[in-house]
Structure formats: structure tokens, C-alpha cells
Design a protein around this ligand. Structure first.
Ligand SMILES: [Zn+2]
Length: 85
């Protein structure tokens, strides 16, 4: 297999709070062991005025690398079924 290389763009993917729209969701580390992870990972809004807790499928934030010029594709989220714009 010939060696090849290309540039990548790095993206940080974060989840904005559904409730306040200001904070971002951060994993609730303490809750992880006690929770059935098939239902999601508990996250809490980092906005002190909100502190909304929600179950998310993925641990946020995370980084992803995309080949330079390629579209960023994120897995469909139940909460944003129309998010393919
Ligand atoms: Zn919030």
C-alpha cells in the first residue's frame, strides 16, 4: 500500500445546552458508573444559572479530524433530526 498524506482540519465539537442556549454540556463524572450507558452519558450545563442535566449519547466536548476541504459530518442526534443543513 503506497504511503499517502494529506492535510487535516481539527474541530472541537461541543454541545450547547438545550435549555439556556448559553452554557455547554459537560460530563457528570460522578454519575457515570451508576448509569446505564446505553441510555446515554449524563451531562450538566456549565452555566451556573441553569445547571440543566441531560443524557447525551457521546461524551462532549470531543475533537475530530476531517480531511482538509471535506465537509464536517456529525452523527445524527435524536434531539436535532433536521441538523443536516
Ligand atoms: Zn443551560
Amino acid at each position: 500500500m503506497p504511503i499517502t498524506h494529506y492535510k487535516i482540519d481539527m474541530y472541537n465539537v461541543d454541545y450547547t445546552c438545550d435549555k439556556c442556549g448559553k452554557g455547554v454540556m459537560r460530563p457528570l463524572r460522578d454519575g457515570i458508573q451508576m448509569v446505564d450507558q446505553t441510555k446515554g452519558i449524563p451531562h450538566k450545563c456549565n452555566n451556573d444559572m441553569c445547571l440543566h442535566v441531560d443524557m447525551l449519547k457521546i461524551n462532549y466536548p470531543f475533537q475530530m479530524a476531517v480531511k482538509e476541504g471535506d465537509e464536517v459530518k456529525l452523527a445524527d442526534d435524536e434531539e436535532n433530526p433536521e441538523a443536516d443543513a
